[in-house]
Design a binder for this molecule. Structure first.
Ligand code: PMV
Length: 323
């Protein structure tokens, strides 16, 4: 009744922002992302022969409150499928700072889902694992398949993610510039709730189908310029909706703007690069393979950048051990 799994974080080019059904984490719109091989979570789940409460240890620190409750609810959901109601000990390690807009909930809930299913000997198909991971955290559905991934909107049955292309299809590098490593002030769960209070949400949603088609095509044809244009517009729209929500959410820090300006300048000087942001202050800067070291050096040199992480595309969530 014990298993370990590893899953990659992911960066979305078309974003999930706003839930049509918060209980089931059904998104207003479909989204497309790339898994990040160097930003992973490894999680061990052990179901214990005792009725006590679940325990969660994240990067060596015992967790309580909402973090533990969210994991417990997810384990109950999975346990219910095989009528197991035992307490679980969950230990989890991230290779990157959690909750800093680096999608730790994506890799976290994907790894938790695969480890819990492994411990319970629940052998599910990828689409089913993705639907299950979605119930823990929406973006986690996209960390179950490998490489470049699309998560479909729709009913509970229809809303799962699948690969558009394998990691080796296109060696893009995500060079992440961290300007803030503290936990963000407004969680993405709360941000999704507030999205429908923005006067701009409907305008955004009207344009998403065309953007999904453009991003899908640009990935399949490895068209960097088309991906860059769509992904930057998309990132700005997410933050426009967040900023104009009630109450307003402002994730950006001075360092965020500094990086956006620098990326635009580098592009005008000939470097193929674009930026995107999740719900946080840190900026993901994407380049084709071969340009990541130049970009890293440029970003590290910015005074407000604390640290830079870099990653090529990553594979699917994996069960590492079960015993
Ligand atoms: O899965 P959640 O609830 O943490 O939402 C993630 C939302 C964004 O990261 C901002 C966008 C996305 O699609 O990953």
């Amino acid at each position: 009744m014990k298993a370990t799994a590893r899953a990659c974080s992911n960066i979305a080019f078309v974003k999930y922002w706003g839930t049509a059904d918060p209980a089931l984490n059904l998104p207003f719109n479909g989204s497309i992302s790339m898994n990040l091989a160097s930003l992973t979570t490894e999680t061990t789940v052990e179901f214990l022969d005792r009725p006590d409460d679940d325990e969660l240890v994240l990067d060596g620190v015992p967790q309580s409150g909402e973090a533990l409750a969210r994991v417990s609810r997810h384990l109950d959901r999975i346990g219910a499928r095989v009528e197991v109601d035992a307490a679980a000990l969950v230990t989890s390690h991230n290779t990157f700072p959690a909750a800093a807009g680096l999608a730790s909930s994506a890799s976290g809930f994907a790894a938790l889902t695969v480890a819990a299913c492994g411990a319970l000997r629940l052998d599910l198909a990828e689409a089913e694992l993705s639907r299950l991971a979605r119930l823990g955290s929406g973006s986690a559905s996209r960390s179950i398949p490998g490489g470049f991934v699309e998560w479909h909107a729709g009913s509970d049955e229809e809303s799962f993610a699948e690969s558009l292309a394998a990691p080796h299809h296109w060696e893009l590098w995500d060079v992440v510039a961290l300007v803030e490593e503290r936990q963000k002030e407004v969680s993405s769960v709360e941000g999704h709730r507030r999205a429908s209070t923005s006067a701009f949400l409907d305008a955004r949603l009207a344009g998403v189908p065309a953007r999904l088609a453009a991003v899908r095509r640009s990935i399949l044809e490895r068209d960097f310029e088309a991906l860059a244009a769509a992904a930057e517009e998309e990132a700005l729209e997410l933050h426009l909706v967040a900023m104009t929500s009630r109450p307003s959410i402002l994730y950006w820090q001075p360092g965020t703007v500094q990086i956006l300006q620098r990326v635009r300048r580098l592009r005008s000087e000939g470097l193929p690069v674009f930026y995107t942001l999740d719900a946080g202050a840190n900026v993901h800067c994407l380049v084709p393979a071969g340009h990541q070291e130049v970009l890293r050096a440029e970003l590290v040199a910015l005074p407000l950048v604390e640290r830079v992480l870099a990653s090529p595309p990553g594979g699917p969530a994996q069960l590492l051990r079960a015993c």
